[in-house]
Write a protein that binds this ligand. Structure first.
Ligand code: ADP
Ligand code: MG
Length: 269
């Protein structure tokens, strides 16, 4: 479904991605795990061309993701996004937020007037049922909790009827219990609808719990690709450079106090 070859992305002197080769199968639920700055967001942004690769090729469902034209439009229709901060419109109802996932398929005048065909309203309600928020369809979205807003984000992505969902740290702003609920809905939708999901996470425990396949990224390179059982202490040290064993912790990897973004992640592990 996604095929990436030799992907490199430089921002001036910063090499955010250094020669990524990656294939994602149809319906696969893939977790990209890595510390802050590893290149996870850049990877997702290159897949739907929110940013232009410096080198390399990306194909989604057989179409090359190019600078513009029909091929890119085809790709963008097939690829939905889920964001860390939900990106819902607070004043709009839950239903209208989900309907914005349909805008790409509608004639422009209808979308300007926010007139939605009955069929699109039915699709939106079906997607809300999947995340068990159909009972809240008429509420203003700013009355919902963070976890519920992210479930709206999932329903909006599903309403696009995509082949691929790219989720960039979808639970980074949520508490652990809510995070697990949100990831459960996302994974379930992926399985039931056969949608490939690439989900960026920095939390090792969620990657272990939800990732069928985990790709570990560090310094812009893939340093691990395997199942959750493969996340040994050694592998974790590759993904999170700067880790050290702490014998007092039964050999569990811990971050040095001097590496704040990592320590948060690893204390949780
Ligand atoms: P992650 O999502 O894993 O935290 P990012 O993809 O955001 O990593 O960033 C990878 C590297 O690229 C970091 O060093 C970051 O500072 C740099 N970077 C990301 N976006 C930009 C940008 N727009 N301009 C310059 N540098 C960037
Ligand atoms: Mg990021």
């Amino acid at each position: 479904m996604i095929k990436i070859r030799g992907l490199t992305k430089r921002y001036g002197d910063v090499e955010a991605l250094r020669g990524i080769d990656l294939d994602v199968a149809p319906g696969e639920f893939l977790v990209v795990l890595g510390p802050s700055g590893a290149g996870k967001s850049t990877l997702l942004r290159c897949i739907n061309r929110l940013c232009a690769p410096t080198e390399g090729e990306i194909h989604v469902d057989g179409s090359r993701v190019d600078a513009g034209g029909a091929s890119l439009r085809r790709v963008r229709r097939k690829v939905a996004m889920i964001f860390q901060h939900y990106n819902v419109v607070p004043r709009l109802s839950v239903r209208k937020n989900v309907l914005t996932g349909r805008l790409g398929t509608m004639p422009a005048p209808l979308s300007w007037l926010q007139i939605f065909p009955r069929q699109d309203i039915e699709i939106a309600m079906e997607c809300l049922r999947r995340v068990e928020l159909d009972g809240k369809a008429d509420l203003r979205t700013d009355t919902l909790s963070g976890g519920q807003k992210q479930r709206v984000g999932i329903a909006r992505a599903l309403a696009q009827q995509p082949r691929v969902i790219l989720a960039d740290e979808p639970v980074a702003s949520l508490d652990p219990k809510t995070s697990r609920t949100v990831l459960t809905y996302l994974k379930q939708a992926s399985r039931e609808l056969g949608i490939s999901v690439v989900c960026n996470l920095h939390q090792i425990d969620y990657a272990r719990e939800f990732g069928e396949r985990i790709v570990g990224v560090a310094g812009g390179r893939i340093v691990f690709d395997g199942g959750p059982d493969g996340l040994s202490a050694d592998v974790l040290r590759r993904i999170y450079p700067g880790l050290e064993d702490d014998a007092a912790c039964g050999g569990a990897p811990r971050a040095r106090p001097a590496t704040p973004p990592h320590s948060l992640t690893l204390e949780e592990a």
